[in-house]
Design a protein around this ligand. Structure first.
Ligand code: 3PG
Length: 212
């Protein structure tokens, strides 16, 4: 577990923002990943929310060596193994199930499970996890909620996602228990549809410069 946690931490502490991506058109995956990496955000989360997601992961892994491709919205052990087979370097879920914990245990690929309440966090912590996703961050109580977990659950760190933007990212990044934030704002649908990769690169550059 320690080795996998270290692998995950190496990825998530290297940039303040992990782009959360929904790939509607496979053809956008490669130029999008290239633009984000060029802007300073090589680690990305491609979510399994579209039919092309697994192909997008495979394509970016094969064609964009500078990208560090994770798979998000992993809801079942089957999703987990499909994403790993496609080459995902880390696996993200909005929550935690026993099936996912078992799949993660059998895999060498690090897992970022989701948890929100103290009891959920403690249950995942009991499984050995010290780095968790906090989703949906804004709706669940935001930076103030996360801050209040830092003292009682001092050895657990979070990657909050959901409702985070350049406006509130610094509030999260300044917390001692936040290692990075996730968000989709660096890849707006309109820029993707227009193939405006320089705009995406610039958004990534601004996000990569965010600090708490
Ligand atoms: C996620 O899965 O992490 C979120 O859907 C990202 O949320 P956002 O679109 O509000 O950034």
């Amino acid at each position: 577990m320690k080795k996998k946690t270290d692998k995950l931490l190496a990825i998530l502490t290297a940039q303040p923002v992990i782009p959360v991506l929904k790939i509607d058109r496979l053809a956008t995956a490669v130029p999008l990943a290239r633009a984000l990496a060029k802007g300073g955000l090589p680690a990305i989360e491609i979510t399994l929310r579209t039919p092309d997601a697994i192909d997008a992961i495979r394509l970016v892994v094969d064609e964009v060596p500078e990208a560090i491709v994770g798979a998000g919205t992993i809801l079942s052990p089957k999703d987990f193994s499909k994403a790993v087979e496609a080459g995902a370097k880390f696996i993200v879920s909005p929550g935690t199930t026993q099936g996912l914990l078992d799949a993660a245990q059998d895999s060498g690929v690090p897992f970022l499970p989701g948890a929100v309440t103290p009891s959920e966090i403690m249950a995942v912590r009991d499984e050995g996890y010290r780095v968790l996703k906090f989703f949906p961050a804004e709706q669940a109580g935001g930076a103030a909620f996360l801050k209040s977990l830092a003292s009682p659950l001092a050895d657990v760190s979070f990657c909050p996602t959901g409702g985070i933007s350049p406006k509130n990212a610094a509030d999260y990044l300044s917390l001692p228990n936040v290692i990075c934030v996730g968000g989709s704002w660096v890849a707006p649908d309109a820029e993707l549809a227009a193939g405006n990769w320089t705009a995406v690169e610039e958004l990534a550059r601004q996000a990569a410069g965010l600090r708490g």
